[in-house]
Design a protein around this ligand. Structure first.
Ligand SMILES: Nc1ncnc2c1ncn2[C@@H]1O[C@H](COP(=O)(O)OP(=O)(O)O)[C@@H](O)[C@H]1O
Ligand SMILES: O=C(CO)[C@H](O)[C@H](O)COP(=O)(O)O
Length: 556
């Protein structure tokens, strides 16, 4: 009798459930739900305006995903709930929220609906950069040894700057919350009725270490005396390893979703890391880029190496027995979306429609008529700051070489190339610091949809690129961890390595570098590197000065 697991993937704009056969990885049914509140970066539902660099979400949308998509995949597949042996959950991270001891989000409380800090702070909430800067200075001054694990800089996207911002800007929210929790763990809590924390979110996003735990009370007190006991007061209890079972589906959730009471639920996971077994990766030296709104680069290695500018490395952070490394680009597909929404004249949309094409596909088809270097354009891929290797959200985008003949498709191509140069920087940085990148895999919406983008990447990084066999890498990965939480005794797996080999998959296509293009791109990459260092490492801080002026004018 076939057995199934469900992966629930919470992305930036939508959540989805995927029902998978645990023996083959075959995807039986899927259902997607777009968050009605989208990303709140300008105002709250009440109309209250938000500050510069805010990015919030509404937890109601996450509950709707659970209720709508799980029942939909069970219905569509016709599978008996008794044959669904496990559930896994992954989420964007660090996507964190203040909640009460019973799990109620603070933004649901009557006195807090108009308070921005009561809502979910999405991974790309960048308004705590001043806190991240102070945290990094303090950690460096105190010689905190954990700083090296995080590429020598903690990003403003991570948990501590975000909770510190709440403490200073909305102390009433800090007081009201009983815990500050990753949305991944909160969803697992909603499903099982048990509060758990997972080692992936804690390790990469909350400065937690398997042996050393969190940073010391002295460190937190040096940031702000009121933070001295933040770990005990707000960050909850035991941290569980990936693949472990957090608990079973509660009767209330069973009624809402159609799952059987007690179905095992895996501890939460991060959307990027969870994808690794979904492409069948089961060892070191194989970098997976999960390419969508942003890109995360996940890689495993046998040893711990200090690599500047990465997001971090965590022992067992991706799969047990290996050190998992994460780096990333805060903005990838968001560049293309920005261009489409702001720089493309109506006639392009009309032409795309007449050809029955999506606007991205249409622009890419036009851009593919050009050769590398032909447009004379070069861009820096920092429209949403730089995550790796500069770890600086105050950097902004730039495009050089525009003339009166520059066309939208050329700008589109320049942005694609810029993101590929950013990926090459990340790869070289790993290799220069002792972490080999022998193979390159891609997953996510862009890898799935765009041969144009993937060929440019292969030419620029000079490596063959293998593509995920699933259009829904994170959801498949979450389903894999659901099967591991169920365990062999229930028809699942005892090891994520076994599950990856059986359920992970690749497409029957590899993008190979074109040597002629690669030679031109080597020259363009050298120019990119010059600009990258000039604007990104202090040669000219004009981007930061402009941002300061902007903030001053907006705040006035
Ligand atoms: N055909 C395409 N080629 C390249 N990028 C695309 C294409 N269609 C959409 N995009 C970009 O893909 C991104 C969404 O990626 P996806 O993986 O679906 O979402 P997410 O990263 O939020 O999970 C958007 O930023 C969009 O601009
Ligand atoms: O930092 C992350 C993982 O560590 C985020 O989850 C990620 O960057 C957001 O993902 P997406 O672009 O797929 O929405």
């Amino acid at each position: 009798m076939a057995k199934y697991s469900i992966g629930i993937d919470f992305g930036t704009l939508s959540g989805r459930a995927l029902l998978v056969d645990v023996r083959t990885g075959e995807e039986i049914a899927t259902s997607v739900y777009d968050y009605p509140h989208k990303v709140m970066d300008e105002m709250l539902p009440s109309g209250k305006r938000l500050g510069v660099d805010f990015a919030l979400e509404h937890p109601r949308d996450y509950l709707d995903v659970i209720e709508k998509t799980i029942s939909a995949v069970i219905r569509e597949s016709g599978v008996s709930p008794d044959d669904i042996i496990g559930v896994g959950v992954d989420f964007t991270a660090c996507t964190v929220m203040p909640v009460k001891a019973d799990g109620t989000p603070v933004c649901f409380l009557p006195g807090f609906r108009d308070n921005p800090h009561a809502y979910v702070k999405l991974w790309k909430h960048h308004a705590a950069q001043d806190k991240a800067n102070k945290l990094n200075e303090t950690a460096a001054a105190r010689g905190e040894k954990w700083l090296a694990r995080y590429g020598n800089k903690i990003s403003s996207e991570w948990l501590v700057p975000k909770i510190w911002q709440i403490l200073t800007d909305a102390p009433e929210v800090y007081e009201e919350m009983d815990c500050f929790i990753e949305a991944a763990d909160w969803i697992v809590w909603q499903l099982t009725g048990k509060e758990t924390r997972n080692s992936c979110c804690a390790g990469y996003k909350a400065i937690w270490h398997k042996q050393d735990g969190y940073p010391s009370k002295e460190f937190f007190a040096a940031l702000d005396p009121r933070l001295e006991n933040v770990v005990e007061e707000k960050l909850g209890g035991e941290i569980l390893p990936l693949g472990s079972c957090a608990g079973g589906i509660t009767p209330e959730m069973a009624a809402k979703t159609g799952l059987a009471v007690g179905t095992p639920v895996a501890v939460g996971n991060v959307d990027a890391h969870v994808c690794v077994p979904a492409v069948g990766i089961d060892g070191p030296g194989k970098m997976l880029a999960i390419m969508g709104t942003s890109t995360c680069h996940i890689l495993m290695c046998e040893k711990e190496c200090s690599v500047p500018g990465i997001c971090g490395y965590v022992e067992d952070g991706v799969m047990p027995g290996l050190v998992g490394y994460e780096a990333g680009q805060s903005c990838v597909g968001d560049h293309f979306a920005w261009l489409v929404n702001n720089c493309v004249p109506p006639r392009y949309f009309e032409e795309a429609k007449a050809h029955g094409m999506d606007i991205h596909v249409y622009l890419q088809e036009k851009a593919s008529e050009q050769k590398p270097g032909e447009s004379g354009l070069l861009a820096l891929d920092w429209w949403n700051g730089n995550r790796s290797v500069l770890v600086d959200v105050d950097l902004t985008g730039m495009m050089l070489g525009m003339t009166l003949t520059t066309r939208p498709e050329e700008m589109y191509r320049a942005l694609v190339e810029a993101t590929a140069y950013g990926t090459r920087k990340i790869i070289e940085n790993f290799e220069e610091n002792g972490v080999p990148v022998d193979e390159f895999y891609a997953s996510g919406g862009i890898a799935e949809k765009s041969a144009f983008v993937m060929q440019i990447y292969a030419d620029i990084i000079r490596k063959p690129i293998k593509i995920s066999g699933s259009a829904q890498g994170p959801a498949l990965g979450a389903a894999i961890f659901g099967a591991v939480a169920a365990g062999k005794k229930n028809g699942g797996y005892d090891s994520v390595y076994d599950a990856a080999r059986m359920m992970g998959k690749l497409k029957n296509i590899t993008y190979l570098p074109n040597e002629e293009n690669a030679k031109v791109y080597d020259k363009l990459y050298a120019e990119y590197s010059t600009l990258h260092d000039y604007f990104g490492t202090g040669g000219n801080d004009v981007m930061k000065r402009l941002k300061e002026i902007k903030k001053g004018v907006q705040n006035a």
